[in-house]
Design a protein around this ligand. Structure first.
Ligand code: 4GY
Length: 267
């Protein structure tokens, strides 16, 4: 997959694709990344890429001509690629979108700076506006890296069986189960006994239950959109029974001598 990033700060990118799994993906030719300086497409001695906003106000706007020229050149270099603008006004990126993007031949990222990009470039030359979340960055570069990172690891053959994407948080609509490594005791906390048992069936059952309960506790909204398997419903019902039992025996009402069974009516 080809990634072309259009930016006025191309030096930000080599440190990103020269490390870890992204570097391995480059070496295996699974991805072909490049960062192109928009200034190369700005004419004149000063290669100016920004200008004052029509209507006045503070800040600068990215000029349309250099950006449009850079996009046309990137399109020729990466035929079949989609052109995306990184902006908080875009569709919010998630794992489902990452899976869709991982099927493309290429992506061209337009990274804005200053106050933004001239609206007419967006209108003519952008296929989609993407956001990585509801916050404002100083430029689109980090957002492009986030998307390249999440998409690259989903390209077949990029992750080995070791850390494959199937087990990820979100791939089954749940968060991942907890992880533990040596030592067996750390800060007084022991690794769950079942994980030391070598019993693969029980370990797998523990991990499924742990993933479900963690999702319920940390991100309950994720369970609302997702049908529950029969065994998952059974796990939640068992936790409900256990929680109800604790409430019954430990609540102030049950503890108080003047409890629910008393004749005083709590007076
Ligand atoms: N959030 N998701 C984001 C962003 C910076 C001014 C337009 C985001 O994707 N990009 O905050 N981008 C702005 C900076 C120009 C882009």
């Amino acid at each position: 997959m080809q990634f072309v990033v259009l930016t006025i700060f191309p030096e930000m990118f080599p440190p990103f694709w020269e490390h870890g799994i992204i570097r391995r993906a480059v070496e295996a030719r699974k991805i072909v990344p490049s960062a192109v300086n928009i200034r190369e497409y700005a004419p004149g001695r000063h290669h100016v890429t920004d200008d004052r906003p029509y209507g006045g106000g503070c800040g600068m706007v990215m000029k349309p001509e250099p950006l449009a020229a850079a996009i046309q050149a990137a399109r020729r270099a990466a035929p079949g690629a989609k052109t995306v603008l990184m902006s908080p006004q875009g569709r919010v990126f998630d794992q489902t979108m990452a899976r869709e993007l991982a099927r493309l031949d290429g992506l061209i990222f337009v990274c804005g700076r200053y106050e933004g990009v001239d609206e007419r470039v967006c209108h003519d030359d952008i296929d989609a506006e993407l956001s990585i979340g509801d916050f404002v960055l100083t430029g689109g570069e980090l957002a492009a890296m986030v998307i390249i990172d999440a998409v690259t690891r989903l390209i077949p053959g990029v992750l080995g069986g070791e850390d494959s994407a199937e087990k990820d948080s979100f791939e089954n609509g749940l968060l991942e189960h907890a992880h533990f490594t040596r030592p067996e005791t750390f800060h007084g906390m022991r690794v769950p006994e079942v994980l030391l048992s070598g019993h693969h069936g029980r370990i797998e059952a523990w991990r499924r239950e742990n993933a479900l309960i963690r999702t319920f506790l940390k991100r309950p909204e994720l369970l609302k959109e997702r049908p529950l398997a029969d065994d998952e419903a059974a796990v939640l019902k068992r936790w409900r029974r256990d929680i109800e039992r604790i409430i019954q025996t430990q609540s102030a009402d049950a503890q108080s001598l003047d409890g629910p069974g008393s004749l005083s009516g709590g007076q």
